[in-house]
Design a protein around this ligand. Structure first.
Ligand code: GDP
Length: 299
């Protein structure tokens, strides 16, 4: 809880300072509600959600004095209501050997770090883990994954820089099957020469995995960097279909006042949110809880 509240402190203070300033010794009217809506939009909650929350605050309270604490409580309640349907744990089906987890996202989103954190978590649960270094476009990504493999005791399947990513995924899946590995995490490129090239490659990786196991990938997680704010929306739109995204991980919530984007995404797409990243170290990956997140951002 401390890690979460500390991690979300920038988003939370942007919201709560604004709310306290706005409602201290002021009556609630159209003007204050409009200002409240602006504060919520600034925190990246999105236009529709911000309007909805402002309406909920105004409901039955016009021309009355309202305490900032009451506004924060309504905010927490509304945010929790929006987030509850998407706050779903990532279920690893133990009958799948391996459970294939495809990891997608643009470069710099924290994808490799998240793979490392997940590998550590699965290892701590006693699962055997294999990592496929499918971002063959970047030598640094392959190296980074090998370091995570060493650190967590996960086997890493990798090839040369520039090797065929789909071929590598195929080889890793074959190996994981032969070894009876519990979880196979497949890294993918986050940038190629162009967006179409990237999407074509992702589609090919998915196809090749499916050929070997029609039920796989069993989950495809899109890793999103919270600091990009509204840009996260176009990233979901770009990856959702091609990669068959089944859930989201939002990283870097600790470094930003724009954590409200998670609420906007939940309202717009309804995709499950499994984890949030609140720091760079291996323990800074939290299972996503609607109630805790709502309470942490609303102060
Ligand atoms: P990739 O290009 O998507 O694989 O991104 P990386 O995993 O290499 O991460 C890019 C940078 O973001 C690295 O410096 C990470 O340490 C950092 N990072 C990843 N997740 C988080 C997080 O939750 N919080 C913070 N503050 N930094 C993070």
């Amino acid at each position: 809880w401390r890690r979460l509240t500390e991690g979300l402190s920038r988003t939370s203070s942007a919201l709560t300072t604004g709310i306290t300033d706005l409602f201290t010794k002021r009556k609630l009217d159209a003007g204050t509600l409009e200002d409240l809506e602006d504060i919520l939009i600034q925190a990246d909650l999105g236009l529709a959600t911000s309007a909805k929350i402002a309406r909920a605050v105004g409901d039955g309270r016009y021309d009355k004095q309202i305490e900032p604490a009451e506004v924060k409580a309504i905010l927490a309640r509304e945010v929790e209501t929006i987030l509850t349907p998407v706050a779903l744990p990532l279920a690893i089906d133990a009958t799948k050997k391996p459970f294939v987890l495809l990891m997608v996202g643009v470069n710099g989103s924290g994808k490799t770090t998240t793979i490392g954190k997940l590998a550590a978590k699965f290892r701590a649960e006693g699962k055997s883990v294999m990592l496929a270094a499918g971002d063959t476009f970047r030598a640094a990504a392959i190296e980074q994954l090998r370091v995570w493999g060493e650190r967590t005791g996960a086997e890493v399947v990798f090839g040369q820089q520039g090797a065929d990513a789909a071929g590598l995924a195929f080889e890793a899946l074959q190996k994981a099957k032969a070894n009876g590995t519990d979880v196979l995490l497949v890294d993918t490129a986050g940038r190629l020469q162009n967006k179409q090239g990237l999407m074509d490659e992702l589609a090919k990786v998915v196809r090749v995995i499916r050929k070997q196991d029609p039920s796989a990938p069993h989950a495809a997680l899109l890793v999103l960097d919270a600091t990009v704010g509204q840009n996260a929306i176009s990233q979901v739109e770009a990856f959702r279909e091609t990669a068959g995204v089944t859930g989201l991980v939002m990283t870097k919530l600790d470094g930003t006042a724009r954590g409200g984007i998670l609420v906007a995404l939940a309202a717009q797409f309804g995709l499950p949110v499994h984890f949030i990243g609140v720091g760079e170290s291996v323990e800074d990956l939290e299972p996503f809880s609607a109630r805790d997140f709502a309470r942490a951002v609303a102060g």
